[in-house]
Design a protein around this ligand. Sequence first.
Ligand code: ME8
Length: 682
Amino acid sequence: MPNEPFYITTPIYYVNDVPHLGTAYCTIAADVQARYQRMRGRRVLFLTGTDENAGKVSGAAADQGKGCQEWCDELAQRFMDVWRDCHVSYDDFIRTTQERHTRVVAKFVERLYASGDIYLGSYSGWYCPFDETFFPESELNEGKCPNAECRREVQWVEEPAYFFRLSAYADRLLEYIEQHPEFLQPESRKNEVVSFIKSGLQDTCITRRLEWGIPLPASIPQSEGLVVYVWFDALINYLSAVGFESERAEERTKFDSFWPADVHLVGKDIYVRFHCTLWPAMLMAAGVSVPKRIFGHGFWNIESEKMSKSRGNMIHPVVLADELAAAAGCSRDTAVDAIRYHLLREVTFGLDGDFQRAALEHRFNSDLANDLGNLLNRTLTMVNRYCGGKAPAGEPGKLLALTQEKLPVLSQSLDRLDYSRALTDLWELVSAANRYIEEQKPWELKKAGDQQAVDATMRETLCAVRAITLALTPFMPTATQLLWTQLGLAGTPAEAGWDSITDWAALPVGKPVGKPEPVFPRLDSKRRTPAPPPESEPRVSASDPESEPRASASDPESEPRASASVPPPKERPTVPEITYDEFKQVELRTGVVKTAEKIEGADKLLRLIVDLGTEERQIVAGIAQQFAPQTLIGRQLVVVANLAPAKIRGVESRGMILAAGDEVPLALISPSADVPPGSTVR
Ligand code: ME8
């Protein structure tokens, strides 16, 4: 097992948009798996990347007045930047405009043409340009795209084209699925694939007559003007990245060790038709083994609504982290880790979820600031106070026994990508460690002069905190590093490795621990949205800091540590009352952001062009530090339309956008549903 290769992939994302909560979710989930497997000693190849040859990509470039390649270069960099900020430890980032990919696509197509799996025909059918997919008439939904995430108008398209003989693979696919129970996961989605295949597969049109895309190899007759269908090209990325058919010996070795992939992680939108049907059939046709596992995760809605640009409710992970960091007074890195934790804890991986800011904030306070932060704080405070600030000696106790019992279950959950289960189990250990302190009452043992018992208790607790830190590392890589350093441990938890979780001897006796510093300062209750009602989250009631202080009055360490770091509530400045008639003089309208850019020499300012329906307005907004310009494009906002023009840093501003936040703009005000630009807000 150690050193055994482990290859995990995410979808390669279209560069028609910047990363959002959905793409971040899948990428973070893959990252957790990659980090976990590395800690287990596996040789991991974690691949992500960008899908650049799509019509919607060239469309987005044209909308921005940019060349396709220039646009792709910019956006691919944006993806890499966001993944870096989200602590995504990918090993390779593939772009489908790279030569290493286009070369492999050409070879793959040639191989299938030679074997007779690709043939020339002519196509006419209903095509959804957004999904880049043809649909049979019978599948259309009231004449529109049947993809529930899309539902856009379809077009009738007729052209000579090449086809992949997908229909010939239905039986082989069904047989393979039946014989490999681990292949399609989660189990609940497998049936969907089986019924899709059983309903009859049609050959797939794999070329398009387009300017932008990978040209069909010249060796194939009548290839002129044809490019490879973007899905056929995109799926092959998983092979290109590991050096499929490479002439270079080292690349061939890479292919032999990493293929077949251990897990393709994708969303449910591209699971059945593309990853579980077309892709394995393509591989079967090429005589290449199919991936070991394909996992289809669920989708997030935002506050009960579908996430979409036009609704203006897209969440961008780094912006969200900055908002959380500002509200909590922690670093962006810690906030990112809290979001990673929340996304994977909140919903069973594989099912859909509803993202609610209040739930994120509640979990931040309850799980991270209170349960985990409190545990670390009490432990370090007491080791400093009662044990001279050094890791004491002592025999292992019941927390080791519990950790030994939990570890196999935890590992099994992580192997199955059952992240919420793994975290729930891990939190039992956090609670057990907190309970252990309360039961042992080291402060009373100290008073009674029983130093040996104090030492044994504190050692047991320190070792448990160390174990929890290790197990949390794949989820929260930077926050756990802070915990690790405060525990006085050298190096990184990742280096210590997964098996070290139960190694109580790995904590050297006499090693000085650090001073407790709040890693997760509690969110100021004035700034945060109210917590969800107890019926939606019964679990938290027991540990909710507001509802039930955990510790007894006699426990000097029981104060939630971070409360000291919460700034005292601020006085709100009094604003004079206005009459309704005065208010009516303010003209509020909705607008859609057309362009957004930074103003040179002004850190906080953005220059926006906002469509107000009847006109486009230039508005200068002081939101540059909280919102990246690219994330605003297409967003609906509320504008004070009759504000007298003003020059800000030499740039004329005609109007003002509305945002919420006491000191800095934390959230932009948008209509809750699509309305035409220029609609009156009343
Ligand atoms: O489909 N909730 O790329 P894409 C959760 N280029 N996950 C979401 C989500 C949401 N609301 N929205 C998107 C493509 N995702 C192709 C892939 S692979 C060979 C080619 C995630 O940019 C989810 O993982 O549209 C989904 O499968 C993926 O983004 C689609 O990204």
